[in-house]
Design a protein around this ligand. Structure first.
Ligand code: NAD
Length: 424
């Protein structure tokens, strides 16, 4: 079972019992006994009570493992926390096809986040904007005084940008504070800096600062991933063409693009949650970025290369951290980072983007061939079987009948369950 060389390729991983899957992960990621035991444990109440307010308990979702990933020539197994069936299997299948032509390649910009300060009640906005830029050095010094640790790590406030916006209330100045947040997601760090800058900006301009908060449109913190999907593995030229025909709708139509990008986020959110990151921040950034040119569109692009293989690309903002926030507080988030073997926010962002591309490829591949329901059906059938009242061995048996008969429906499941029980 254990691979002699460290590879993320495991055939039939889904058929293994949970204990064997844990053995594989333990060996791949050098997990100790306590790590493995903690797969079965819930977040302790004391930690939960420190994380949010009015805690009653914890809420579990399944944690699965996507295999087969080769990213920048390194093998990854990817923990995914999600309630949706088929997502983990689809990602693993896509990664298997991508490996044939070398897996995923990624690039990432510097971890620059944007903090916004909204300045109102200024008579001459152009003159005020100029004054702000003249005080740039002072503003950066004040911002950096808020976070010596970040500065020591090579990060900190790096730049100031000024925008003049028209609004129903008249002109306003929006000052952007550009902060290198290194290995943090950066929201707290940036918000603290913005709040410290507010009185200084008011003094410089004579205006009033209203909002002082991070922007989730982190378009200076972008990650890109690309992969070549082998045409033979996909089923030949016609399948590649069918794939491209399916893809094109997402590039021109927001109704399709929303669902297309949702499919990308199926993978991305699952890893973001597993690593204790802020999935709302990632979602907001992704969708705002998808609409950056005035029309909401696909976050991925595809074309055929000269060999007839399919080339896929994804680009999106990726404000993730390996320090700070819940990433450091949640024991399972730490364990998931250990499984991934990522040490930096940059490496995590690159894995996230690759997973998003894999997820999108898998969905479009299914849609342009057998349709999306086939993959969904076997787990969905089990859920229907449980809803119909099946217990123990009955669940698997009833689900198999439902899939075989092509009728994964509750009324049919109840009818069949009665028959199964009468027979036995
Ligand atoms: P944080 O403040 O907990 O941690 C970041 C801090 O860790 C840095 O400021 C730095 O002082 C320190 N640090 C230590 N080692 C570091 C390293 N190698 N690189 C960078 N920093 C290092 O967390 P954060 O990342 O500033 O904020 C993330 C949290 O903010 C998340 O929980 C998020 O949900 C929340 N949040 C989000 C929003 C939003 O997205 N709009 C708004 C408010 C809060």
């Amino acid at each position: 079972m254990c691979p002699s060389k460290k590879t993320s390729v495991v055939s039939g991983f889904y058929k293994l019992p949970i204990e064997k899957r844990r053995e594989f992960v333990a060996q791949f990621a050098n997990l100790n006994e306590d790590d493995v035991k903690s797969f079965s444990s819930c977040l302790d109440l004391a930690t939960a009570d420190r994380m949010i307010e009015n805690v009653l308990g914890t809420f579990e979702v399944p944690l699965g493992l996507a295999v087969n990933f080769l990213i920048n020539n390194k093998d990854y197994i990817i923990p995914m926390a999600t309630e949706e069936s088929s997502v983990v299997a689809a990602a693993s299948n896509a990664a298997k096809i991508a490996r044939v032509k070398g897996g995923f390649s990624t690039t990432c910009s510097e971890p620059l986040m944007i903090g916004q300060l909204q300045l109102l009640h200024i008579k001459d906005v152009a003159a005020a904007a100029q004054k702000i830029m003249q005080h740039k050095k002072q503003l950066l010094t004040v911002a950096n005084a808020q976070d010596k640790i970040l500065v020591d790590f090579g990060g900190g406030a790096k730049d100031i940008e000024v925008r003049i916006l028209e609004s129903p209330l008249g002109h306003m100045i929006v000052t952007h504070l550009i902060v290198d947040v290194r290995d943090a997601m950066g929201a707290n760090a940036v918000n603290t800096m913005c709040e410290a800058l507010a009185p200084v900006l008011e003094e410089i301009t004579g205006g009033i600062v209203r909002l002082k908060i991070l922007s989730n449109l982190a378009d200076k913190r972008l990650v890109k991933a690309t992969a070549i999907f082998d045409k033979e593995k996909m089923g030949g030229d016609q399948v590649v063409d069918a794939f491209l025909e399916s893809y094109v709708l997402a590039s021109i139509d927001p109704y399709r693009a929303a669902t297309h990008n949702k499919g990308i986020m199926n993978g991305i959110d699952a890893l973001i949650i597993a690593t204790g990151n802020d999935f709302r921040a990632i979602e907001a950034g992704a969708h705002a970025y998808a609409a950056r040119n005035g029309q909401y569109t696909s976050l991925t692009q595809y074309h055929k290369n000269k060999d007839g293989d399919l080339v896929g690309k994804i680009e999106l903002p990726m404000a993730v951290g390996v320090v700070g926030g819940a990433a450091n507080m949640h024991p399972k988030a730490k364990l998931c980072r250990k499984i991934l073997g990522v040490k930096t926010a940059r490496e995590l962002a690159e894995v996230v983007a690759s997973l998003g591309l894999a997820q999108n490829f898998a969905a479009l591949f299914a849609l342009s061939t057998v349709g999306i329901q086939k993959g969904h059906m076997s787990l969905h059938a089990k859920n229907i079987a449980v809803m119909a009242g099946a217990q123990g061995d009955e669940i698997e048996k009833l689900a198999d009948f439902l899939v075989h008969d092509g009728k994964v429906k509750l009324d049919y499941a109840k009818e069949l369950l009665e028959k199964i029980r009468k027979k036995s």
